[in-house]
Design a protein around this ligand. Structure first.
Ligand SMILES: [Zn+2]
Length: 490
């Protein structure tokens, strides 16, 4: 029987014909073996204190970071952090928008298991599916281990994001300064204790109100000040992102190139704050023992696949620009470091944290600890799931270099996927077509692969959803809805 995920091996056989490539492959294997054997997993130095900072930079594309080789120096401080860290260059989000993706990060489960996967605005506010009550998020697990848990995030507690946090700061979603002094203060407060600090920032998300990289001649100083202070001056109000879009249109900045420039400027802005956190931990003498994780929940689309969509356009699909994210993990005492090519995803973060501290990983977790020795940590597949635009549900599986995406119509307001209503199937070969311009599905040569991928995807999702048969509903408060509307959600 032909097994699709053996394709990688088949490709290697082809590669064997090319002596030069074989040499490269052997070199890579030697490097990996040296890395593996130089890391003594059995004698890992466990820090006396368990201090963990998890930073999620919403909407951050991995390929826009300097450490990815991006043309602009968007993230000098993250580049420094990368030198002390393991840097996963093939990390994927398990969804293409904020809520399901963050819940995957915090629970180690796929959207079909945690259940927080309904598109905003499609359901009445009292019917939003919340976190499956049989699961626990990372804060609950760590709190039970007597680790103090602190959250700086605007993610709705009603959906289960606030569970397990001893301190829960709901700070201004846009202006990082407002909550930032509290972050530094809490680091000071907890420097001698065990803590888990989760920070989520929307500063890279639209409106792209930073203009660090915008050329001088583009607009006047006065208007630059307006952009830089937009979030500070604008109160939390509905459709803030749309207001800013209008400003960009009026000033001839509403085009892909300028939006990318402003987006990159937001990355530079956040990078400075990451630097402040790192400096503070060094000043407090806790940097070495600290586990510091930087990640994003999804990327952003700038006209690559959907023409004329380059402003706050994510959640709609699974092309690389939507779901490829940075993942940087600085382990205590630089336990491990270097660039890693394996496929990993957000669900792997939760078990990795627990594994490092030798805590038991709950059975519901669907990710793998990234500390598992090679090749076990070489994940065989990546799954991403999202409901976008009301009743359209998309699911993706990547195996080796192939990515298979199905689109389904959810029959009644996103309540449940109907596998019989698949309306579109697509297959992309990332090795030969990295920009995903050529859908291979219509080519009958690939039909067998598609059938096998679909079978596997179906089996994984159905299995994943088993523990979530009874979807629990919640009511979203008016205040939360108002805050989320400022971001263009709901
Ligand atoms: Zn997001």
């Amino acid at each position: 029987m032909w097994i699709p995920w053996k394709k990688t091996e088949m490709q290697y056989k082809t590669v064997n014909k090319n002596v030069q490539l074989v040499r490269r492959l052997l070199t890579a294997i030697i490097v990996l073996l040296v890395l593996f054997f130089s890391t003594d997993f059995s004698k890992k130095k466990i820090p006396k204190k368990k201090q963990i900072i998890l930073i999620s930079i919403d909407t951050l594309r991995g390929d826009h970071l300097s450490s990815y080789g991006y043309s602009r120096d968007t993230s000098p401080r993250l580049s420094q952090l990368v030198e002390d860290s393991v840097y996963y260059i093939n990390a994927y989000a398990n969804s293409s928008w904020t809520m399901p993706s963050h819940m995957s990060l915090l629970t180690g489960t796929l959207p079909s298991r945690h259940g927080v996967n309904s598109f905003w605005g499609t359901l009445p506010h009292e019917r939003y599916p919340k976190l499956n009550s049989s699961l626990k998020n990372i804060a609950e697990i760590l709190k039970a281990r007597h680790i103090d848990t602190i959250k700086f995030a605007l993610l709705p507690d009603e959906l289960g994001f606030g569970k397990g946090f001893v301190k829960n700061y709901q700070y201004d979603p846009f202006f990082m300064d407002n909550g930032f002094n509290n972050v530094l203060q809490e680091l000071e407060n907890y420097k001698k204790k065990d803590f888990f600090l989760f920070i989520h920032t929307w500063m890279v998300h639209a409106p792209y109100s930073n203009c660090y990289f915008l050329e001088k001649e583009k607009i006047s100083e006065e208007k630059k000040n307006y952009i830089n202070n937009f979030r500070k001056l604008s109160p939390v109000k509905e459709n803030l992102a749309e207001d800013f879009q209008r400003f960009l249109q009026e000033n001839h900045l509403f085009n892909p190139d300028d939006c990318v420039t402003l987006y990159d400027s937001g990355i530079h802005y956040v990078d400075r704050y990451i630097g402040k956190i790192i400096d503070k931990t060094r000043q407090l003498g806790i940097y070495e023992e600290l586990m510091l994780i930087v990640v994003s929940d999804h990327g952003e689309h700038f006209d690559e696949h959907y023409p004329n969509n380059f402003y706050s356009y994510h959640g709609k699909d699974f092309f690389e620009e939507f779901i490829k994210v940075p993942l940087i993990i600085k382990y205590p005492f630089k336990f491990n470091s270097g660039k890693v090519n394996h496929l990993v995803s957000l669900v792997d973060v939760f078990p990795t944290i627990l594994d490092f501290y030798e805590f038991e990983i709950p059975g519901f977790v669907q990710g793998d600890s990234l500390l598992k020795p090679y090749p076990r940590r070489d994940r065989k597949y990546i799954i991403s799931e999202a409901i976008s635009e009301g009743s359209i549900e998309k699911k993706m599986i990547r195996i080796g270099d192939l990515k298979y995406i199905i689109t389904m119509m959810a029959p009644s307001k996103s309540e449940r996927v109907n596998w019989n209503l698949i309306t579109r199937r697509r297959l992309f070969d990332l090795k030969n077509d990295p920009l995903e311009q050529r859908d291979l599905y219509p080519d009958l040569k690939f039909r067998r692969i598609c059938i096998e991928f679909e079978k596997k995807l179906t089996r994984i999702i159905k299995n994943s959803a088993k523990s979530n048969v009874q979807r629990q509903k919640t009511t979203i408060s008016k205040e939360t809805i108002k805050q989320l509307k400022t971001l263009g959600y709901y």
